[in-house]
Design a protein around this ligand. Sequence first.
Ligand code: KE4
Length: 429
Amino acid sequence: MGKDTRSARLFERASKVMPGGVNSPVRAFKAVGGTPRFVTRGKGAYIEDEDGRRYLDYVMSWGPLIHGHAPKGLLTALRKAATRGTSFGAPTRLEVEMAETVRSLLPSMELVRFTSSGTEAAMSVLRVARAATGRDAVVKFAGCYHGHADGFLVEAGSGATALGVPTSPGVPAALAAMTLTARYNDLASVEAVVAAQPGGVAAILVEPIAGNMGVVPPVPGFLDGLRDLCDRTGALLVFDEVISGFRASRGGAQHLLDVRPDLTCLGKIIGGGLPVGAYGGRQDLMRLVAPDGPVYQAGTLSGNPLAMTAGLWALGALSDKLYEKLERLGSRLAEGLADAAHRAGCDISINRVGSLLTVFFTDRPVLDYDDAKLADTAAYGRFFQSMLTQGIYLPPSQFEGWFLSGAHSTGDIDVTIKAARKAFRKSRP
Ligand code: KE4
């Protein structure tokens, strides 16, 4: 894309008033090069940029839009809600209905608290775990990402990895020391980390289906092993289902994989594209949260009526038919991409769970962060740019997931595969 485009000019202006010209680092295209596209609208599976270019979208706002952009029913619900006001700072019926809906879909969440982001949900759920156990140390997994709260930015995935800062400056060493890291899909590594911690750990925090080193599903027995380790050592099992919640199934990864966590945090789909996070879990733990208990957590816009309206619509529109379609489309896409790469003589490895997948530019299986980091990010960058030029908008980082929606069609998948045939050829040095 030339320098004389509207996106390029906007990016130049943006860079003068916002760090990196963006409000979230991964959007800046730094990992893939070139100018980020400034988007003006989205409809269905497509977005349009300031220069009038239309793209088939596989970012889908990084996961929230399982029904696609601007679904009619959502817009109708939001228009109606907006006429009643945008925020009250007081309880509303919508929050009650939303909490009851979340609990019906994820029964392990006996009590729920809403926040305005996944980061807030993740940081709050750990505060509950530390208060409940009286322990400070927590275990996370290298390559997993739980938002940008200080304690999480230790070997963090997502944009932190893509930009080469998996352990961020500015995090106090004393706090970082309380975040122990283990290897995803490696129970022995977790056992060793926990055993080495005097007094045990407060929690094992895990993405039950990892999405932030690229998609890495749990190997059979991994999550059950974490459950058992927590039961044996008094640690709490915390599932970060910000990506997998309502994505892997209507009941998230915990339903799909039949492992019950003590606490869960949610985001993305739960807000239908508006800012909503949530955390919740066992009643005895969540009753510790103010004002029932002493663990303080609050938020001016928590449970915001517009966000609750969007979330209620999005969760209400989930159906078996939708998940069957997403599985069918995801499978068609993965098979088509594998065939296209093979024909182009490209070595790739695809990890997929339903409508969430990653194409790794590596010839080996990707089971953890070390495997993922072996991927050829330069090749991914060339692939990304070729797909973008052909009107396919992929995550601008090798270490992210592709997201499908109910608005994607078989025809869209076939267009994507056709474009990939050329893009895989272009990805070669
Ligand atoms: P937010 O604070 O961005 O709403 O949620 C943080 C978060 C927590 N847990 C998991 C498993 C997550 O994936 C995220 C955020 N995901 C990234 C994409 N991998 C958001 C995109 C971005 O940072 O711009």
